[in-house]
Design a protein around this ligand. Structure first.
Ligand code: 5GP
Length: 189
């Protein structure tokens, strides 16, 4: 998506460890106009697919997810990073290793919010190794629901998660796909 790629080129900063910082429009300050355009593009890409729920993970996936849910006309659920070891029976849970912080979080969602009849679009801000996406897919599968696909703002293709999941049959639509990046250059696919 041209608009998003331009913003990444003009405002993004590459940090050591393969992390892209886009705090001025997505990860700290957020640009609602750009977010809305991104949600419209996800809606266009998934046109004709039955989707009745959007699922994301806190915190930075929530903004794009709520815009996508608004455009698709369906509820948005965000999986929570649990702070307690005491997980109640009312929750589905998975372990997700955080790409940016390196630690493993227990991520939970209340059983009442994902059901076997759900057709779920997973939305997130970044796709790197695929750990977050695999975790979210796992939550939907525990509930007996169906993952229709994923809508991602920025996929860092060189970190492999997207292609791994595509090879397993998951549909993934990424609005910007980065082939390579370092502190002097950034190339889109
Ligand atoms: P994965 O689980 O695919 O390795 O990484 C995806 C998750 O890590 C996303 O939910 C996102 O919050 C975070 N993440 C991964 N790479 C980046 C990055 O380059 N920049 C930022 N801001 N977050 C990232």
């Amino acid at each position: 998506m041209e608009l998003l790629e331009q913003r990444i080129l003009s405002e993004g900063r590459v940090l050591p460890g393969g992390v892209l910082k886009i705090d001025s429009f997505l990860n700290h300050q957020m640009d609602p106009v750009l977010m809305h355009e991104m949600a419209l593009e996800l809606k266009r890409l998934y046109e004709g697919q039955e989707i009745n729920k959007v699922l994301t993970i806190e915190a930075s996936g929530i903004a794009l997810a709520i815009m996508a849910g608004y455009e698709l006309g369906c509820p948005v659920v965000f999986a929570k990073k649990s702070k307690t070891k005491n997980i109640s029976d009312d929750l589905y849970k998975v372990e997700v290793e955080s790409f940016t912080h390196g630690k493993t979080n227990t991520v939970v969602v209340a059983k009442q919010f994902i059901n076997p009849e759900d057709k779920v679009l997973i939305v997130d801000d970044f796709l790197a190794t695929g750990a977050a996406l695999i975790g979210l897919k796992g939550l939907v599968e525990q509930a007996g629901g169906t993952v229709v696909g994923a809508g991602i703002a920025v996929e860092k293709v060189f970190q492999g998660g997207g292609n791994l999941l595509r090879s397993q049959g998951m549909r993934i639509e990424s609005l910007a796909m980065i082939a390579s990046m370092d502190d002097t250059s950034l190339t889109f696919c």
